[in-house]
Design a protein around this ligand. Structure first.
Ligand code: SAM
Ligand code: SF4
Ligand code: SF4
Length: 343
């Protein structure tokens, strides 16, 4: 397989800053001091290249906490000016009406609030009291100023929230003004510590009756309610992954094929565990994507089954889900808006 055989990226994930204002027990970002971030000029050039040279449909902003980046919404605006859709993943802290209105005006397409359980659980995991309340207020503020905004929840499954996650999901679907929930399995997201990272991690969920029931209930909810973004069978894969984290789940890795990731310094990652293959401050996106390093990672990904965050969560089997694939969902969502697709 040569590096050109990739059909080109559809998604780009960007950690727009590594700094954060929460204190999550499962994440290291809040210990970062930041610095060395690429500029808005670099970002504009990158977006223009992405849009002209590929069929990228959406750019997902995470971090760190994206709203902590100075001028963050200008980065979002550049995505829309280049006819791509943006997803913002936020901890929801300080989503005032004003910030919600500015987010609407940036052209943002999906605003994704992280919420991992009921109040006590969420606040304990986010490291301070009041985070849950702020998320709920933030959702209300967005609805107030932008009634049609697509609002999502991002919810991870771990040892702490497993006992309540099904009840929490039903409550959220019933009470919150949200359009969808995207579940993620507990993973190593912001720091790579090897394949046995989960050993001795207190949030790694033990495969027992409670977790088994929770995953069955989530699959049932997903079967009945299209607002669950994950295809129902993903919960069966989560079960196999939690039971045997090193087992072969027979998933095909799409990293470096349909998506890639950037950190705040502009380093480009095709694979979750390998070194960067280039930097957008020093090279064009095609040059990086079709370069030797990226090609080598694509070759590796063909039969890699490391069960990393990219494989289990980010790029999970997007094309062969039993229900509408992620791509179809995005197409539907985008057609319901005035966002013009680039391909
Ligand atoms: C790294 S955060 C960045 C965006 C923002 N600060 C937030 O928390 O929403 C992106 C997403 O990854 C999730 N996440 C962080 N650490 C995780 C972990 N160890 N396993 C699974 N998901 C995780 C967060 O809850 C959030 O939904
Ligand atoms: S998960 Fe998000 S909110 Fe929590 S520390 Fe990491 S970047 Fe911050
Ligand atoms: S599955 Fe393998 S090749 Fe794909 S991103 Fe994960 S570690 Fe990299």
């Amino acid at each position: 397989m040569d590096s050109r055989s990739a059909r080109g990226p559809i998604t780009v994930d960007v950690s727009i800053t590594e700094v954060c204002n929460a204190r999550c027990v499962f994440c290291h970002c809040w210990q970062s001091e930041g610095g060395g971030e690429f500029t808005i000029e670099t970002w504009k050039r990158f977006c223009s290249e992405l849009s002209k040279e590929f069929v990228v449909k959406y750019v997902c902003f995470g971090g760190g906490e994206p709203y902590r980046r100075d001028g963050f919404l200008e980065f979002v605006r550049a995505v829309h000016e280049n006819e791509m859709a943006s997803i913002i993943v936020t901890n929801g802290i300080a989503m005032t009406e004003r910030r919600a209105a500015e987010t609407r005006d940036s052209g943002n397409f999906i605003l994704n609030f992280s919420l991992d359980g009921f109040e006590e659980t969420h606040d304990e995991m986010r490291g301070f009291k009041g985070c849950f309340e702020q998320v709920l207020r933030g959702i209300d503020n967005v609805r107030k100023v932008s009634p049609d905004h697509h609002i999502a929840l991002s919810t991870m499954i771990n040892e702490r929230n497993a006992p309540e996650i099904a009840a929490f999901t039903r409550w959220a679907l019933d009470k919150l003004a949200i359009d969808c929930i995207n579940f993620q399995a507990y993973q190593q997201v912001t720091r790579y510590e090897g394949i046995k990272w989960y050993e001795n991690d207190p949030l790694w969920p033990k495969m027992n009756e409670t977790l088994d029931r929770a995953l069955s209930e989530l699959a049932e909810i997903a079967d009945a309610d299209k607002r669950i973004f994950n295809p129902p069978r993903q919960f069966a894969d989560f079960r196999r992954y939690f039971a045997e984290p090193l087992s072969d789940l027979e998933l095909v890795c799409k990293a470096g094929h349909t998506g890639f990731a950037l950190n705040s310094k502009g380093d480009v990652f095709m694979c979750a565990v390998e070194a960067p293959v280039g930097n957008i401050q020093r090279a064009g996106v095609s040059e990086i994507f079709y370069g030797e390093g990226a090609g080598a990672h694509r070759v590796k990904s063909v039969d890699c089954s490391e069960n990393c965050h990219f494989l289990i969560n980010c790029y999970y089997d997007k094309e062969s889900g039993r229900h509408a694939s992620y791509e179809d969902r995005f197409r539907e969502l985008m057609q319901s808006r005035t966002v013009k697709l680039s391909g």
